[in-house]
Design a protein around this ligand. Structure first.
Ligand code: F6R
Length: 240
């Protein structure tokens, strides 16, 4: 795993945006795997800026998001559908039909997950997957557990994730307890993976990722089996 240690969050965001922009320029019809949460927002801002300066064109880009709460209406401000439009999609020229996010409104969650995985496979595969990391080492909503489901699936959220995500909601009991998420195998199919981490709160997760053996009790450690992962983190996440 290549590790890029940055001075601060701004630098993490710039470095990550550079990698994404490089790929979009090199392969205008690339497939991006995207994440929500606070971490990638700075990167998205940098990408929006490059687009506005005329240096990036997303007209042929396709995207697959990692996950979505379940059940949740797309119009709910806390849905990842709403979030992605707000922080990225409505500011760039990506086509609506090229955007894929697990559907939190689906009546049949298992069918939705099966179809999402099929669409992901039929697309030819993600060229570059952006990931954040949970304080407990989750990636996507693959939470630490004894057993993990490999492909896109419905899952419960752990108490620690519900607590971490409560900051986006009015109260903790409003955080959905279920989600639809790409599985670890879905994520590992990406040609390139860029994992972003910033802040002291992520130090233990980053340390375990770099030093521990592969274990389902820290899902991020499974990234070690992939041969093209770049971790971009700030000094706080790296050093604690
Ligand atoms: C988001 C996702 C999650 C987050 C992780 C970190 O789509 O899949 O795994 O990347 O929870 O969240 P933040 O960036 O808010 O600390």
């Amino acid at each position: 795993m290549r590790v890029i240690i940055c001075e601060n969050y701004e630098e993490v965001s710039k470095e990550a945006a550079k990698l994404v922009a490089g790929l979009v320029n090199l392969k205008p019809d690339c497939i991006l795997g995207l994440a929500t949460g606070s971490t990638p927002v700075g990167m998205y801002n940098n990408l929006i800026e490059l687009y506005k300066k005329g240096e990036l064109d997303f007209s042929q880009v396709k995207s697959f998001n990692l996950d979505e709460y379940y059940p949740i209406a797309k119009s709910n401000e806390n849905s990842y559908d709403y979030f992605m439009n707000d922080v990225l999609f409505e500011h760039i020229n990506i086509k609506k039909e090229n955007i894929n996010i697990p559907n939190g409104e689906a009546k049949d969650a298992d069918k939705e997950c099966k179809e999402y995985e099929e669409k992901l496979n039929a697309s030819g595969g993600v060229d570059l997957q952006i990931l954040g990391i949970g304080v407990n080492g989750h990636i996507g909503f693959n939470e630490p557990d004894e057993n993990l489901i490999a492909v896109t699936h419905k899952t419960g959220l752990t108490e620690s994730t519900i607590e971490a995500n409560a900051r986006f909601f009015e109260s903790k009991d409003q955080v959905p307890t279920m989600a639809l998420t790409m599985g670890i195998a879905s994520i590992l199919k990406s040609k390139k993976i860029v994992l972003l981490a910033n802040g002291k709160a992520k130090h233990n997760a980053v340390k375990a990722l770099l030093n521990d053996e592969i274990t389902t009790s820290n899902p991020a450690t499974m990234l070690k089996v992939h041969n093209d992962v770049v971790l971009i983190c700030d000094k706080e996440a790296y050093n604690g």
